[in-house]
Design a protein around this ligand. Structure first.
Ligand code: G6D
Length: 348
């Protein structure tokens, strides 16, 4: 049986609200620490081939780190993760204009997206005994310029199979775009240890969405070329050939429109840690961590430089409200948006 999870106080926000932390421990060595600010996974410890666990996600040991500017370490991004072009969209004949917090585009829900909000917490008692936590919040009508009162929940579960399972659910009282993602930066050698250039990555996608110099989506869907990761590639050999060394948004190959499919597989040959990503989503943003410039010092006390960790952000097509032909992300009253992403850890 998993240890019952209980709230610890992680710190207090400037206004006095308490941020709670929960430790989700599995019986096979995987454990996660989740805080109620931003639904952030602050720690994720996974065993290597010798059974020694290391923390494989970037982040901070204290709340101060998460209250200062950081690139979404471990957070739930939304209401719309990814970029909405020019921060504008039309929906049912009405024009909306959002914050362009990543000029000229709107990124990850704007100036105070879901990553910066305090979520309600509810430890779950599962029949299989797996450690599980539901986070929920109401994103009110007009929050960051979005229409509709959106009720959203995220359930984090650590299973006996060393999986971190992330289940999202959302409903709304007015039509609104919704596109949630989990934004951990992974380094299977251990956070702060080295760059991920020594890792091997596979992304099971034969097409991608070209982006412009500002990483704005151009609205095209093209076959992969230099960014073809359908066979395992060493990232140090691949990254120099990627646009801006940034990584792309891929359309995940799937035989059926719904259900969990393999999205990616990441391996650190030195430690023997492997991570398989599966999701019900249609897209995955591979982000190399090129923007980490060494100004942030993480949990290990070491600076996070370029490629200190990479992201595999499973999501819908971020600009789908403007380009539904590439993926509809509009949620309407009476509908329920449900998605699952699994980060499954194993060893070679
Ligand atoms: C960069 O384009 C990337 C995003 O995908 C990422 O979320 C952000 O950095 C932190 O803007």
């Amino acid at each position: 049986m998993a240890e019952p999870i209980k709230a610890e106080i992680f710190g207090s926000l400037p206004g006095g609200d308490v941020v709670e932390a929960f430790d989700l421990k599995g019986p096979a060595g995987l454990s996660a620490r989740v805080i109620t600010l931003g639904g952030i996974v602050t720690h994720l410890r996974a065993p290597d081939r010798r059974g020694d666990a290391a923390d494989v996600v970037l982040g901070f040991n204290n709340l101060a780190g998460y209250l200062a500017p950081h690139p979404y370490f471990g957070a739930i991004a939304g209401r719309v993760a990814g970029r909405i072009s020019q921060g504008r969209f039309q929906l049912d004949g009405r024009e909306y204009s959002l914050a362009c917090n990543d000029p000229p585009n709107h990124l990850h829900g704007g100036d105070r997206g879901f990553d910066k909000r305090l979520w309600n917490s509810e430890p779950l008692d599962r029949a299989d005994g797996a450690a599980s936590l539901r986070l929920s919040r109401l994103s009110a009508d007009g929050e960051e310029g979005y229409p509709g009162n959106l009720r959203v929940s995220v359930i984090y579960t650590v299973t006996a199979a060393n999986e971190l399972v992330i289940e999202t659910e959302a409903t709304t009282d007015r039509p609104t775009p919704v596109n949630l993602t989990h934004h951990s930066y992974f380094n299977l050698a251990g956070e702060g240890s080295c760059s991920v250039e020594s890792h091997q990555l596979q992304v099971f996608a034969g097409s991608y969405a070209p982006a412009d110099a500002a990483s704005g989506l151009t609205g095209r869907r093209e076959p992969v070329t230099d960014n073809d990761l359908r066979t395992p590639k060493r990232l140090g050999d691949v990254i120099p050939n990627l646009r801006g060394r940034h990584g792309d948004l891929y359309f995940i190959d799937r035989a059926a429109p719904a259900g969990l499919v393999d999205v990616a597989r990441l391996v650190d040959p030195a430690s023997g840690r492997a991570m398989t990503v599966r999701s019900t989503e249609t897209c995955v943003q591979f982000y190399t961590g090129v923007g980490l410039d060494g100004t942030l010092v993480g949990k290990s006390g070491r600076k996070y430089g370029p490629f200190a960790g990479l992201c595999l952000e499973c999501e819908g097509f971020p600009d789908g409200v403007n380009r539904p032909e590439l993926g509809n992300i509009v949620l309407r009253p009476g509908e329920v948006s449900r998605h699952t992403t699994v980060y499954a850890f194993s060893t070679l």
